[in-house]
Design a protein around this ligand. Sequence first.
Ligand code: HEM
Ligand SMILES: [Cu+2]
Length: 601
Amino acid sequence: MWPLIRGTVSGIVGYLIGALLATVTTSSTFSGEFALVLGFAFGLMGWLFGIGMWNAWGRQWVGLPTKSEDADGWRRYFRFNTDHKVIGGQYLVTMLVVFLLAGLVAVAIRAELASPGQSFFAPDTYNKVMSMHGILMIAVAVAGILGAFGNYLVPLMIGADDMAFPRINALGFWMIPPVAVALLAAPLVGSFNAGWTSYPPLSVLNADGQVLFNVAVITFGLSSILGGLNIVATVITMRAPGMTWWKLPIFVWAAFAASILSLTVTQFFAASLIMILLDRIAGTTWFGAPGGGTALLYEHVFWFYSHPAVYIMVLPGMGVILEIIAHFSRKPLFAYKASVISFLSIGGIGSIVWAHHMFTSGMAQNLEGPFMALTELVSIPTGIIFLAAIGTLWRGKLWFQTPLLLAFFWIFQFLIGGITGIFLADFVTDLSLHDTYFVVAHFHYTIVGGSIFALMAGTFYWFPKVTGRMYNERLGKIFATWFFVFFQLTFIPLFWVGLNGMNRRVGTYQDNLGGVNRFASVMAMIMALGFVLFVVNLLWSAKRGPIAGANPWNARTLEWQVSSPPPKHNFATPPSIDGGPYDYGTVGAATHLSGATEPVG
Ligand code: HEM
Ligand SMILES: [Cu+2]
């Protein structure tokens, strides 16, 4: 606990110094916006140094010997620990907690929407609650799989002993607690009500809470960039002898493609938020029409990140699902190379489709056709991923455990998400669908269906590796089915109310949509209840579940060839690779890890 106390104290001291500096150097008051920004920046530094960055790293910069921040047992998780497995665990737990919290906020939203009029929240409060839900969930989708499984598995799967930059990895994780604090503290200074998208002019004119939103999200972005950098560098430079590019497990490829995006587009979100801060604090007029600015600029810069961001959320999910499907069908992954090329081209094409979010914004009309066509082009590589999933399942020897069940659900939901996206990408239909609940239903199918279900599937699949114990299969299946069924019952009706003109981001709506909304609200609450099963299963099994052994799934990839949990430095002797990760059932195929004691597969 000591490092946490140290970090908190130096974080608070840093905040006070920053805020004071702002007060004495400018006309900002101590609680003014500039003081919030500078306070946060200094507070972040203080926190990071206090939590252990100074001892483990900073001392080196002034010629002092570093002091290890290592510890054993559960204490490792509360320190500046550079072990990629510890960091993966830190991300997993943090993101699951944020997910549950944001889920509770969603229940509050659905309570308000259970009847057409205003029941619990004033209109502005509704927007604040909705904005909080949105940004927390976006954070989970961006950093859940990549932060947890990307960190935990990429080094293990490629036969490395850690990430390329272990200290940067720890730094990236420890930036997240101040992000959470700033977002959750925003209600103290008026909260933010402009949605996770934070369009100006509202985001330039609203309460000071918006400033905390901006600094928090910029910091979160920096953490994503560092995480992306690490995964890209690790995959390029740290592969074990024999681990050629075409032998990489598919999850590694997916994490690699998503990380290229994190590394290259996150800056644009930060840039757009910095411009908002400048408009608010420094008197610039990037987005203010009276000063010659235009809000349209914000939308372009923002979506230049935020569309690719949906692939940062979903590509790792695709990787998890294909991984699970191959191992649980006991067949070589169908269309492996085509899937890899698809991941990369989804990332590439996905980076030039951003203005499909802006068809109603008043942007140049002759761009609408090209953006529509490019968007629809992404369905080709996406279709290949579906083919890979189905082709692998086809005549496979299916082993219906919870991870595979969730993978089936994933296929169904992501399909619905993708197909409804086509109507939104078509600018003619989007004119009437934009800003309705059709959009809300669509992105929940894609993000929850594509990213969150994969996060759950991966959590079950790798649970025995991470904890050394098996989860409860029956509870796992009940939870998976529960989540799936009530998810459909919540969100299918929302397509319908959207088609009937219900606006998103408004707490009230037409009277005639009351019945369907009430139904969706009740279903959402039952869905939320199902997470009790998830939490109980994992907590109980981590302590009391049966010992899993090194390779309970009898899978071929490298992470299963070491003990569960893996030893501190992953591999006793550096592995050398002579087979492919999915050579199931191939007569005479070498084991993936040479020197493995038992033949696998
Ligand atoms: C637990 C089940 C969930 C329910 C019942 C739920 C419900 C809702 C509702 C009712 C809204 C308000 C939309 C509006 O008023 O316009 C919303 C917005 C949103 N949700 Fe969810 N949600 C859930 C899970 C998730 C997850 C898992 C994610 C992402 C991974 C997510 C991401 C978002 C985003 C990005 C917004 C939009 C916020 C904005 O546009 O500013 N939600 N959700
Ligand atoms: Cu998009």
